[in-house]
Design a protein around this ligand. Structure first.
Ligand SMILES: [Zn+2]
Ligand SMILES: [Zn+2]
Length: 85
């Protein structure tokens, strides 16, 4: 069998994701399962997207914390002022 991406090269394995035959240039062992280059790039893209969404959640949480923090500080400031004659 020849590589799906290089018809002139012999395949060394089958992609665990799309089951295409691929040569040693086009396939990589990722955690014990072979993945071809196109599936690898898809997987990397998905990982990047997940990372971005995690980052956005973290930013949102920090913003919420700042909002709550200033709200609580405001309450304390008001009650402190009220106690003063
Ligand atoms: Zn694949
Ligand atoms: Zn190839």
């Amino acid at each position: 069998m020849k590589c799906f991406y290089h018809p002139q090269l012999d395949a060394v394995g089958t992609c665990a994701q799309c089951h295409k035959m691929a040569c040693r240039h086009c396939i990589e062992d990722i955690g014990g399962s072979l993945l071809c280059m196109s599936c690898l790039s898809i997987r990397q893209h998905q990982a990047e997207l997940e990372e971005q969404s995690i980052e956005q959640v973290a930013i949102q949480r920090t913003r919420n914390r700042i909002r709550w923090g200033s709200w609580i500080v405001g309450i304390f400031r008001d009650s402190f002022r009220r106690q003063k004659p």
